[in-house]
Design a protein around this ligand. Structure first.
Ligand code: ZN
Length: 69
């Protein structure tokens, strides 16, 4: 689980914001001629990572049943 990575799919290429469930994300712009080299990002404490190539935002989705204390 800790090493899981969310990779952007071609269907998410046109989305400005992608909701992810892992802290590690990989973006290649969706692939194809409009894509960019596969780059990995780690979602920070604020829960958001931004792709330096295509400005896509990755927002960490909070698990529904998060336990407290
Ligand atoms: Zn990108």
């Amino acid at each position: 689980m800790a090493n899981e990575v969310t990779i952007v799919t071609p269907e998410q290429r046109d989305l400005a914001t992608v909701e992810v469930s892992t802290r590690l994300v990989a973006c290649d712009g969706g692939g194809g001629p409009l894509g960019h080299p596969m780059t990995y990002y780690e979602v920070g404490p604020e829960g958001v990572a931004t792709c330096n190539y295509c400005d896509k935002k990755f927002v960490l989705a909070r698990p529904g049943g998060e336990a407290h204390g």
